[in-house]
Write a protein that binds this ligand. Structure first.
Ligand code: S3P
Length: 429
């Protein structure tokens, strides 16, 4: 239950970046030597990836919360698992691991929870099969049975979807392939895999929308500092913008330009967000974000921003619902295949709070106005649930009751405590 609260004040640090935490574990596992990861996201998704790697014979120590010490086994040192590998709710985990496992000597099966079992996998399995992998799916859905002992060869792949997961899966398979693996994207996506491969000493060429590498090199252990996750900061950027009197500082947030579309979108809507103390940490730009309340107005979201804020639409829907005027979202059909169909989940929830929302196949038209009280479904989708927690802060009456919000811990363990500590009024069931 989320009730009217605030103002939001103080300085907080949101947990570590999910995308970087997954990748750091995987590359450290395949490296020669021991890598230390700090700022690691203690979420269910990333812990599932750690558990999968442990099943593959990698020793991963936890010296302290948010720290991992990964004893790399080298590119060919993984051991065949005796049971299916459970990726939980994590699309990133499953898709990247599919690439990593395609080049191994052993068979492995990747399984996931109910939501992950409904998510499309052909986008990775098809190009992997073109590289020589053999992967059985049930009609393109998990589980994925990945056969070992295949000889992979590099391909030039023009991806029809702007997806960092697809790109990363192919790059990881490319480590094991003969010749060059090259991926071209319709729009540039987050380049963490590329940057991290380079940090682990693997030669790679990459630029916006393009990456290529050849097989046959070695990954050298290195330490990884994970910045705070912009996608987790996003809920607070919207919340503090909406609640009068708010002034909140978010510390050490990763500002990779392929992630910060929401910052630009909120600024177009009139938000007051200052980027302070910009610095470089572990090859990524990080900064503190200071957000103050400001009245927001509706916008036509520039479609070019969509890939750079693909995880932030649930939060944007709330900003749009509480803004003055109409917000038009287009070109975001990918939202329909996330942890839930996020266009449908957000539209239905907002309508239940009295907001006018028209769904389109690739977006929505949201007419801002007062948010009422009501019960909404979280659809087991962490970001949908957290977005409606933000809605509750400004909703009238008895607040917003959120059902099916158990998955918040996949990306944001401790959300409720951190949020209540700076002015939210959240209570458990
Ligand atoms: C991610 C890529 C994005 C994003 C997901 C994390 C990644 O997915 O939505 O939360 O870490 O590579 P797509 O590649 O499917 O767009």
């Amino acid at each position: 239950m989320s009730r009217r609260g605030g103002p939001l004040r103080g300085a907080i640090t949101v947990p570590g970046d999910k995308s970087i935490s997954h990748r750091a574990l995987m590359l450290a596992a395949l490296a020669e030597g021991t890598s230390r990861i700090s700022g690691f996201l203690e979420g269910e998704d990333t812990r599932a990836t750690a558990a999968v790697l442990a099943q593959l014979g990698v020793i991963i120590e936890t010296p302290a919360p948010g720290e991992r010490c990964v004893h790399g086994v080298g590119l060919h040192g993984l051991r065949g698992p005796s049971r299916p590998l459970d990726c939980g709710n994590a699309g990133t985990g499953m898709r990247l691991l599919a690439g990593l496992l395609a080049g191994q000597a052993f068979d492995a099966t990747l399984v996931g929870d109910e939501s992950l079992s409904r998510r499309p996998m052909r986008r990775v399995t098809e190009p992997l099969v073109w590289m020589g992998a053999r992967i059985d799916t049930s009609e393109g859905l998990p589980p994925l049975l990945i056969r070992g002992g295949r000889r992979l060869r590099g391909i030039r792949y023009e991806s029809p979807v702007a997806s960092a997961q697809v790109k990363s899966a192919l790059l990881l398979a490319g480590l094991y392939a003969e010749g060059e693996t090259e991926i071209l994207e319709p729009h540039p996506t987050r380049d963490y895999t590329e940057r991290m491969l380079s940090a682990f000493g693997w030669p790679i060429r990459f630029g916006p929308g393009q990456a290529s590498l050849t097989g046959g090199h070695v990954l050298q252990a290195t330490d990884v500092q994970v910045p705070a996750d912009f996608s987790s900061a996003a809920f607070f950027l919207v919340a503090a913008s909406l609640v009068p009197g708010s002034e909140l500082r978010l510390r050490g947030v990763g500002l990779n330009p392929r992630r910060t579309g929401l910052l630009l979108a909120l600024k177009l809507m009139g938000a007051d967000i200052e980027v302070l103390d910009e610095r470089s940490s572990g090859g990524e730009t990080v900064a503190d974000l200071c957000v103050r309340h400001a009245p927001l107005h509706g916008i036509e979201l520039p479609p070019a921003l969509v890939p750079d804020m693909i995880d932030e639409f649930p939060a944007l829907f709330i900003a749009a619902a509480a803004a003055q005027g109409t917000t038009v979202i287009r070109g975001a059909a990918e939202l329909r295949v996330k942890e839930s169909d996020r266009i449908a989940s957000m539209a239905a929830g907002l309508r239940g709070l009295g907001v006018q929302v028209a769904e389109t196949p690739d977006g929505a038209v949201i007419t801002g106005g007062p948010l009422g009280a009501g019960t909404v479904q979280g659809h087991g989708d962490h970001r949908v649930a957290m977005s409606f927690a933000v809605a509750g802060l400004v909703a009238t009456g008895s607040g917003v009751h959120i059902e099916d919000c158990r998955n918040v811990g996949t990306s944001f363990p401790g959300f409720m405590e951190l949020a209540n500590g700076c002015g939210f009024a959240l209570a458990g069931a």
